[in-house]
Design a protein around this ligand. Structure first.
Ligand code: FES
Ligand code: FES
Length: 161
């Protein structure tokens, strides 16, 4: 079947097998490899994308749901100021990573700050529940999230934010 959708800001059309999921379409048809194949059952977050404005695992979205949707992958998100905020947050928290779960961590922070832009540490306790990361302590990821929140507030609203 042929489906059309918006991918990283561009209208695209692709011929896809009916049994494909979004992760298969991204990796096999567009060579977008930042959505990684992890658990393939919606639990590890490694394949996260922004799907119609919400962070979702691409392995849980069947091809027919992709039609007419708007998708931002990590490759597209890298172009944004929001991504730069998160990178600065990681640096400030001394988070070093292997890169395998980047989509999981980065989009988990983005989804969280979308709902709670100025969190306290207690708010952030469950922020990475859907992220299976073998390299980083959960407390370091929470540090990165809190630094990112501060960095973003200052970027958007100035020093007094
Ligand atoms: S590979 Fe999709 S959530 Fe794990
Ligand atoms: S940074 Fe290596 S698995 Fe998360």
């Amino acid at each position: 079947m042929t489906i059309g959708f918006i991918l990283n800001g561009e209208d695209v059309k692709v011929q896809t097998e009916a049994h494909f999921r979004l992760i298969d379409i991204l990796r096999n048809k567009f060579n977008l490899l930042e959505a990684k194949s992890g658990c393939l059952c919606g639990r590890c977050g490694c394949c996260s994308v922004i799907f119609n404005g919400k962070v979702k695992p691409a392995c849980s979205i069947p091809a027919f749901h992709v039609r007419n949707s708007e998708i931002i992958t990590l490759e597209g998100f890298i172009q944004t100021d929001e991504y730069q905020d998160i990178m600065k947050g990681f640096t400030q928290a001394n988070v070093e990573t292997c890169g395998y779960c980047d989509a999981a961590k980065i989009f988990a922070i983005e989804a969280f700050l979308d709902i709670i832009p100025k969190p306290e540490r207690a708010d952030a306790a469950g922020a990475f529940d859907g992220v299976l990361c073998r390299c980083t302590e959960p407390s370091s990821l929470i540090d990165a999230l809190l630094f990112t929140a501060d960095i973003r507030q200052r970027r958007r609203y100035g020093r007094g934010a």
